[in-house]
Design a protein around this ligand. Sequence first.
Ligand SMILES: Nc1ncnc2c1ncn2[C@@H]1O[C@H](COP(=O)(O)OP(=O)(O)OP(=O)(O)O)[C@@H](O)[C@H]1O
Length: 611
Amino acid sequence: MQPLELTPFQALRRSVGMVFQAAPQELRNLALLNLLTGTGPSISLFLSKVIIDEASRVVEQGGVSNPLSYILAEPKLLWSIAIALGLNLIVDSVDSVGTTLFAALRDRVQGYGRGRVLEKVAYFDDIALFETPALLNLLELSEKGLERLQRLSFIVAATLMGIFTFLPSVIVSVSIAAWIPAVLLAASIPSILVEIRHHRKSWRVEETQAGITRKMSIYAKTIISEDFAKEVRLFSLQNVLLERWRSLFNQMFTKMAQVRQDGAWTVMIWALVGGVGVAFPYVYVVMGVLAGTFTLGDLALYTGILLQLRRSLYLLIAHTGDIYDVSLATAPIFQLLDLQPQLHTGSQRLCPPAIAEPDRQGIQVRDLSFTYPGAHQPTLKAIDFDIKPGEMVALVGENGAGKTTLAKLLCRLYDPTAGSIYWNGQNLKTLTLDELRSRLGVVMQDYARFPATLRENVGWGYFPQMKTDTAIYAVLQKAGIEQLATTLEQGLETPLGKQLEEGVDLSGGQWQRVAIARALMRLTQVELLVFDEPTAALDPKNEHEIYRIFRTIAQNRMSVVVSHRLALAKLCDRIVVLEQGQIIEQGSHEQLMALAGRYYTMFSRQASSYL
Ligand SMILES: Nc1ncnc2c1ncn2[C@@H]1O[C@H](COP(=O)(O)OP(=O)(O)OP(=O)(O)O)[C@@H](O)[C@H]1O
């Protein structure tokens, strides 16, 4: 699963496309506003020229006794003054409208871009996305890209402004001499190129720093997350974590500061050279006035227009570099959006067991091997076992033997590297993921504690029944925590988790039972139950109660239980013993005890430690 390369031009085209898709209305309104505020000053300058020329003519002729009547009697002068003043007033007063429109544009673009990224990640079935460093870096970089997308909305707005200011200025300056805009443009080209080079260099550095930024956020999260808060304090880890974060920050900052510093000087020097380009046309106009070719009004107009032309050019140039920067920085967003999972949904529905041949009913794991993405050694090797209809299978073995990995493969969170898993004779890969997952009831070892209400934490197990109180109470009762809903002040609507306002935190055991209740919600649909360490957070009394519940709900269903508690394994129809990714024994409790192999040793050791 490799991200595809994108050229800066492709990224820019797609980023601009995204801005237009995100906020067409805001862009149209901003364009109209910029048309007004961009062309307004040029029109004002032109009107000022008319006023100055008229005033100099009157002054040359000795002035007038009643200036007000003169103005009122001269429509050209009167209208020029009125429109120039009116335009200035409008341009000044719509400033706040521009700020509001721009804020709306920026927020829309940000929301749209983030929404697309979240949607992609949320529906990305291949969880390798969260486990492969290169892809995690892509996620980190796309976060930066989203910040730059906001910047792009600013650039688009400013470029519109620049163009609307630039065009009338060019038209007027061409009327002085056609070479003026050409000289200004030529003088600006070096600084455009320097800006582009500078941005390319600083982005390259940022790109190579993505791993560092990700590590920084890992340490930052360790410091601020509740999950670590207790142990960080109990083991006094603050210093070591802060030090690591600081040293990574300094490493990144020094590198970036160096690039920025080198670039800033070059950019400044070339901007000065560009500024010298303004001097030629300016001197040319002053000389023209002295020679009588231009009027005083022309001088005022040309002075204003030249500065405006320079300013608008500078705006456009400053953004040329930014545009390049945006095109480099937003590429990861599109690389992420284009990312194709290796795990694809199939298209078939699951056949009922009755349709399958008797020896193909249930689940068959055949010659399965699995290597985690990026790992060098296989975690599972040549795994072969069956789960017959209605059978309860225990996966046991030492830490790291591969039990959870096998359970994850049965849920198709990964595909086997070699070999296959069949369900009623159908390869798991041929089934639609929605269909497959609707048939699974899963409680994972690292079950989720959703920051949501008790009803949602349970009801998200099966949406159609989420609003049905009786259904929720029934599973809470099965999981042995029906009293939770009555003791909590807001009952089922109580927010769970301290991150939420008025949120209530539960004990580890309670959370685990909530996760069990969630899996039980879809029990009527479920054909395979997968429980990974389902009693890890429970005390022995509760553990036994849960075992009893499992036996009841697992009746007539296939179930797989991963557990270190061999008392639970003993209740299962078949026990599969894993060691270093391979099955070393399998059979019923009695058979394995009679075998007097690894299971026998493990069971005897555990039984004696309970005495
Ligand atoms: N996401 C992952 N990426 C890479 N390697 C992994 C990943 N998850 C687990 N492993 C590796 O696979 C091996 C088996 O892990 P697994 O969690 O399946 O073992 P387990 O038998 O369930 O262990 P435990 O009893 O401790 O839960 C371990 O060596 C572990 O380091």
